[in-house]
Design a protein. Structure first.
Length: 87
């Protein structure tokens, strides 16, 4: 992915300062503006780096690709027909 540089301004936000990221910037980074995003911040002289941190728990990760469909019920051994020479 090509690096895209943009200019942003540091603004007042209460007793702090803030930088706003536009929807376009978030989209280019692969983030959705509706996501609850947590960043790790690395501060060095003349440089601040934000790195997206995946905050999913191991349990939540199990459901990442879940689409809401109910799983098919499994048949009991005595409810299925023989396939080979089992019986």
């Amino acid at each position: 992915m090509a690096e895209i540089k943009r200019e942003v301004k540091l603004s007042d936000w209460g007793n702090s300062k803030a930088i706003r990221l536009t929807k376009d910037m978030l989209k280019e980074a692969g983030l959705n503006e509706m996501d609850n995003i947590v960043f790790d911040v690395e501060v060095m002289p003349n440089k601040i780096t934000l790195t997206w941190r995946n905050e999913l728990t191991p349990f939540q990760k199990l459901f990442v690709d879940y689409n809401g469909e109910k799983p098919q019920p499994e048949a009991f051994w005595d409810e299925v027909d023989s396939v080979g020479n089992e019986g």
